[in-house]
Each structure stands twice: as structure tokens, then as C-alpha cells.
Ligand binder design. Structure first.
Ligand code: Q46
Ligand code: ZN
Length: 298
């Protein structure tokens, strides 16, 4: 691992990953041993590795799988659900499964089409639905914390995009912990300092079976393009990705970022239908999307 100037054998690497994770959990004050954690699992290497690490560390962590109804010629959703269920069974862990079509009448691609959002790609609606459902389930099932498997490559790509656009509000909200507010559970990203390659190595070394394919709609996405750019930078300057992200966190924590002034600028109200916070005075965008999709199918 050139980025850390560290070389480990398999055995030590498998100890190093949970040790580091525990260190990050404490450093960023993510959660305590008494709190209950809901891990959003997608069947991929990052979320299953995260679940594995938290279980190994002895945390009370259950899984949540959202069935999005995406086929894409590779039966993507069924396959990823199969891997998630297999992992839960094998490790005797509890997995909640929510099927979007069963809940809202249509799978993600159809919801995106009938609500006319996202310019032919379902990702905007998918992101909206996933966020909403994760928040809803963490609240309804009574979990203290919602944990996602975002790794350093994910976070650096998001940071890069937000920086290119100087998106002050997003920069303010990006970090290892998003505190709970307005009835929403706290959100944490315990893997945010691990390179994607490290997580792939961890999953492999632990014998975790996961879905190799990405969601077919991810192809050609902006975030993949940013990841490629950052990988080029990383090849030339090992550690650049980590420095980019860590310096951002430091600057934000010390109040050096001008965006700090925007704090509290958005006035949020509870959505009259689902109760989740929204900046509009009417229905939140999730409820509007569902309503539009339902109307289109009358
Ligand atoms: S947003 Fe888009 Fe992802 Fe949803 S439709 Fe697939 S690629 S899963 S992170
Ligand atoms: Zn709503």
C-alpha cells in the first residue's frame, strides 16, 4: 500500500482493517457500542465488507437491502439480493429487505420514467428513493445510526464534483458523520478513509462473495469519470486522494471553509405526507415523485 508506505501479509491486513475502522469510528464519534446500527447493503464488496467488519468488532449491526427492481440484462437486483441474503445467512445476521415495487407499485426504472425525472437515466429518482427509504426504515425500525459503505474513492469523487461546482451546501454536509436532525437518524461512513482497492482486497481475503458487476446504469456516469481522473492523479502521486479528502475534513473542522457561513441557511419543514424534512412548504420531492408516477399510470 504505497499510499500508506505499508506492506502487510494477508493475516495482518485482516487485522489492520478492523483496527483502523475502530479508530475512525472513535475519531469521528460515529457511534457507541450501545447504539443499534442499520447497515445499507447493496450486495457489493464495500457494504458487505463494512457489515463484516462491524460484526467482527462486536457492534450491533443489522442489514437493510433495498430491492430496486433493476435488471439491465444481468438480473442486477436479483443477483445483488441473493449475495446479500447469502452473506446474512452465512454469518447469522439479520437482514431487512424492502422491495420498492411492492411498496410503491413500480420498480425504480418505471418510477423514473413515469415521473419524468432524470433525463432518461433512473439515477436521480433512484438516489432520491434510496435516501428516503433508508431514512424511513432507520426511523420506523428504531435504529440509532445508518451506516453506508462509501469508501475513499467514492468520497474523493463526490468532493471533487462539489469542489468543481463550488457547491457550498453539499460541501458542508459531506463528511464521515451527518448528525441526526429533524427526526432523521445519524448517517455514518466508517470506510471513508479506505481506498477502494483496500476494500476489494479485504472482501477477497475474507472470502466474502459479492456481486462484481456494477449497476448497469452506472456506466458513463460523472462519478466514474471523476474516479478515473483521480486515479490518474493517484498513480502519479500516491496518497493524493487521501490527502485531498483529509485536508478538506481538516479545513472544514477548523472553520477555514467559507461555506461555514451558510450554516443553517436552509429552512426545513416536515413533509405533510411522510414527515421527512424538506425545504419546500409542500410535499417533499420523494412524495411528489411518487404522486407523479402514480398519476401517470392512472
Ligand atoms: S443510482 Fe443509478 Fe446507482 Fe441507482 S440506478 Fe443504478 S447507478 S443503483 S449508485
Ligand atoms: Zn414526503
Amino acid at each position: 500500500m504505497r499510499q500508506h508506505r505499508l506492506a502487510l501479509c494477508k493475516e495482518h491486513f485482516l487485522e489492520w482493517v478492523p483496527e483502523q475502522t475502530e479508530r475512525f469510528i472513535r475519531k469521528y464519534d460515529m457511534f457507541s457500542r450501545e447504539e443499534s446500527i442499520l447497515v445499507a447493503v447493496s450486495g457489493g464488496k464495500d457494504s458487505l465488507s463494512l457489515w463484516d467488519i462491524l460484526a467482527r468488532l462486536g457492534y450491533r449491526a443489522d442489514g437493510l437491502y433495498l430491492g430496486l427492481g433493476i435488471d439491465g440484462g444481468i438480473d442486477y437486483s436479483h443477483e445483488s439480493q441473493r449475495f446479500s441474503e447469502h452473506f446474512a445467512d452465512k454469518n447469522n445476521l439479520k437482514l431487512h429487505i424492502v422491495d420498492i415495487e411492492r411498496e410503491y407499485g413500480q420498480p425504480i426504472p418505471a418510477l423514473a420514467e413515469s415521473s419524468h425525472r432524470g433525463h432518461g437515466k433512473p439515477c436521480a429518482v433512484c438516489g432520491l428513493v434510496k435516501r428516503h427509504e433508508m431514512n424511513r426504515l432507520a426511523r420506523d425500525l428504531g435504529y440509532d445510526v445508518l451506516a453506508t459503505g462509501h469508501n475513499l474513492d467514492d468520497e474523493a469523487a463526490v468532493l471533487f464534483g462539489n469542489t468543481l461546482n463550488w457547491s457550498g451546501e453539499y460541501l458542508l454536509r459531506q463528511g464521515p458523520v451527518l448528525p441526526s436532525s429533524d427526526g432523521l437518524a445519524r448517517k455514518v461512513k466508517p470506510l471513508c478513509r479506505f481506498y477502494e482497492r483496500e476494500m476489494a482486497a479485504y472482501a477477497l481475503a475474507r472470502g466474502i462473495e459479492y456481486i462484481y458487476e456494477e449497476c448497469p446504469f452506472a456506466e458513463g456516469s460523472q462519478s466514474i469519470y471523476y474516479k478515473e481522473l483521480l486515479n490518474e492523479l493517484e498513480t502519479a502521486r500516491p496518497g493524493a486522494k487521501l490527502t485531498f479528502y483529509l485536508r478538506f475534513l481538516e479545513a472544514r473542522a477548523s472553520g477555514e471553509l467559507f461555506v461555514e457561513q451558510n450554516k443553517g441557511a436552509a429552512h426545513l419543514h416536515p413533509c405533510p405526507r411522510c414527515g421527512q424534512p424538506t425545504s419546500t412548504s409542500d410535499l417533499c420531492s420523494f412524495c411528489r415523485t411518487i404522486e407523479k408516477a402514480a398519476l401517470a399510470n392512472v
